[in-house]
Design a protein around this ligand. Structure first.
Ligand code: AMP
Length: 141
């Protein structure tokens, strides 16, 4: 089945345009990283390309190398910032696979041995907690 086209009014496109706020961690010409507002664990962040694509399936392969390098950098920083035992990197394609926002993004989630994740896209975290967690990660970049 063919995937639907990219929709330019998705929430991450609005963050890229500056139309809605985000707790930002890192930005370069091609990539933006910011805190997930409904974290599954402390330090849960998202990395997105500035180039428009709905998900991995329609992404320009030329974008992916730089993007995954930023994912790696943020994963290392988030692991250190939260003294985590591991880091989960997750990426969903289409609703059947759990995708809810239709602009390509990678989740980066610090994991601690035995700690159970909160539900995907569950409760909102307070902005103060998100900002404090962002400062911890930025200090490791
Ligand atoms: P998914 O598309 O299922 O991979 O997940 C989308 C993720 O985006 C979820 O983890 C949401 O908590 C997160 N999210 C939704 N809206 C925002 C927002 N405005 N800022 C940051 N994260 C968001």
């Amino acid at each position: 089945m063919t995937s639907p086209a990219y929709e330019a009014d998705n929430i991450f496109a609005k963050i890229l345009k500056g139309d809605i706020p985000a707790v930002k961690l890192y930005e370069d010409d091609d990539t933006l990283a910011f805190m997930d507002v409904m974290p599954q664990a402390p330090g849960h962040l998202l990395v997105i390309p500035k180039a428009a694509s709905r998900n991995l399936l329609d992404a320009d392969p030329a974008v992916l190398g730089g993007l995954i390098a930023v994912v790696q950098r943020l994963a290392v920083a988030a692991k250190a910032a939260f003294d985590a035992d591991g880091v989960q990197v997750v990426q969903f394609n289409e609703p059947a696979a759990g995708q809810t926002v239709f602009h390509l993004h990678f989740h980066v989630i610090p994991r601690h041995e035995g700690a159970i994740l909160k539900p995907h896209a569950g409760g909102m975290e307070s902005i103060d907690v998100l900002k404090a967690n962002a400062e911890k990660i930025k200090a490791e970049l």
